[in-house]
Write a protein that binds this ligand. Sequence first.
Ligand code: UT7
Length: 317
Amino acid sequence: MKITGTGSASPSLTVSNEMLATFLDTSDEWIQTRTGIKTRQIISTEQLKDLAAEASIIAIDEAGIKAPDLDYIICSNTVNEYVTPALSCILQGMLGANCPCIDLNGACSGFIYALDMADALFKRGNMEHILVVCAEEPTRMVDWTRRDTSVLFGDGAGAVILSKGEGFKSFKLSTISNTEALYQIRKLQDSPFVKKEEEDGALVMKGQDVFKLAVNCSLSDIKEVLRLAGIKADDVDHYLLHQANMRIIDTVMRYMGQTKRNFPHNVERYGNTSSASIPMLLDELNKKRKLKTGQKMVFSAFGAGFTTGACMLEWTI
Ligand code: UT7
């Protein structure tokens, strides 16, 4: 498969570090030094499905197809206002598509897992075009009285159209079961029959554990996709890493012996938008004409699960 279109959408409300410091014991200096984040976009008047639709329509237009041409919609989403139906099913109606739809919850690695699933569907043989859309609203998950998590995230959507072709060269996915480092529990509704003492449901994160897992797993995933593709680290024109934290991106970059030249980032403007972060950055680079046909790219992400994944591709637009 190859990428034939990209799209992205962000909510309208910009929240600066200074705005957070008006109600949290934090500062612009702490947030920037530890994460690189300056501002993030947060859902207020919008709904996540609107962002998902906007990103998808931009990608569909660029691919030169119409929604009914889609053979599958895979939506990477952790939470949205609906528990069911899946966001992809809601989106299908908004777009006017008529293909099968499925959501996957791979947390921040969801984009890579969705690409891997799409790759398998293409290899099955009866697909022409697949929409992968990552739509995430982590600001719905955090406790806004907790400075250790709420300052890190933003909302957004990023989409790609995948079409039959030769773009993707290698994948490496891994999962290490871990319910300690990063999790959120959905509280049980009490019934006349069952009462359980459960924690209330905001996102909990052991930041330093996630940091170490992220660096180690990203490095080994990236090295493996390079090996499988038969290329060297210096051959890659663009490394697009999950935009969670500038210090993680910089650490991976240094260990790979690379420079800022081929490690683009926008975490400073969007915060961590979970699985939407790579397709949002990809669309930004594409729309700014920073990507040239034939250039080599690596995507790499990590997230709750603990899920990680990377892939290597050649740019095909
Ligand atoms: O998609 C996956 C998402 N997760 C990640 O990518 C997170 C990976 N981890 C990280 O990026 C970093 O661990 C953080 C940015 C989350 C935290 O940075 P850190 O350097 O690991 O800080 P820490 O957790 O060791 O906390 C240091 C201090 C603590 O205070 P004490 O105990 O030393 O007095 C925290 O309470 O910083 C405090 N702190 C804050 N201070 C000001 C935690 N959050 C804040 C805050 N503002 N927002």
